[in-house]
Design a protein around this ligand. Structure first.
Ligand SMILES: *Cc1c(COP(=O)(O)O)cnc(C)c1O
Length: 221
């Protein structure tokens, strides 16, 4: 037997959070965030059946995943970290979803590439709900305009994503994100991480991004 991860436990907790919220389990996609994790841990989670993964960096994903995808079928990759415009083409070819659409220049580049490639991943607009200077994302008051601009560019915006400030209660941020999504007619909400995914599910998350609770702590050493 290889190593086992926290996947079974987290899967059970996602199922319970869905049940508690009166939601069907298949309304919520569990994204296993594998950034920085050693390959052996990722292989263990693949062996346990997980196929949906999140990565923070285009280059790290490109180094890791092609060989794994030769061994495991049906892998779906989500880019959850910031995207530079000069990596947009690679990202569009490589990822099934991009959760970090956060500025006009990037939206324009993605729109041009979508026309050129004739395809586009599912896109999430990242909203900086805590209005933190160091964090990516459009400000809440700019979100409606930005979403409208994306639609004007024919970009298939599927939903919204947020990363609440660490020192604040996430519920307010989840509620805000949901409100912005509702008034813009968007169905998908990418919110909730290891420490708060159950709460996010209660607030309507459709995509939870769980890393350390599945794989163990990240070692940046
Ligand atoms: C790293 C990361 C996660 C996962 O964080 P954990 O606390 O390990 O679950 C989720 N979302 C984003 C955007 C991240 O960068």
């Amino acid at each position: 037997m290889g190593m086992t991860s926290g996947l079974t436990d987290i899967e059970a907790r996602v199922a319970k959070a869905c049940a508690d919220a009166g939601r069907a389990r298949d309304e919520v996609q569990l994204i296993a965030v594998s950034k920085v994790q050693p390959r052996a841990r990722v292989v263990a989670v693949l062996d346990e059946g997980q196929r949906v993964f999140g990565e923070n960096r285009v280059q790290e994903a490109q180094e890791r995943w092609p060989s794994l995808m030769e061994d495991y079928e049906g892998v779906s990759l989500h880019l959850i970290g910031p995207l530079q415009t000069n990596k947009a083409r690679v990202a569009m070819e490589f990822f099934d979803s991009i959760h970090s659409v956060d500025r006009p220049k990037l939206a324009q580049t993605l729109a041009r590439l979508a026309q050129e490639l004739g395809q586009c991943p599912d896109l999430f607009v990242q909203v900086n709900t805590g209005e933190e200077a160091q964090k990516a994302g459009v400000l809440p008051r700019e979100a409606d305009g930005f979403i409208a601009d994306c639609r004007g560019l024919d970009l298939p915006v599927k939903g919204l994503m947020c990363i609440p400030p660490v020192e604040e209660t996430p519920a307010l941020h989840f509620a805000l994100l949901r409100k912005i999504a509702e008034r813009n007619g968007l169905d998908a909400l990418s919110m909730g991480m290891s420490g708060d995914f159950e709460q996010a599910i209660a607030f309507g998350a459709t995509h939870v991004r769980v890393g350390s609770a599945i794989f163990g702590e990240r070692d940046y050493g």
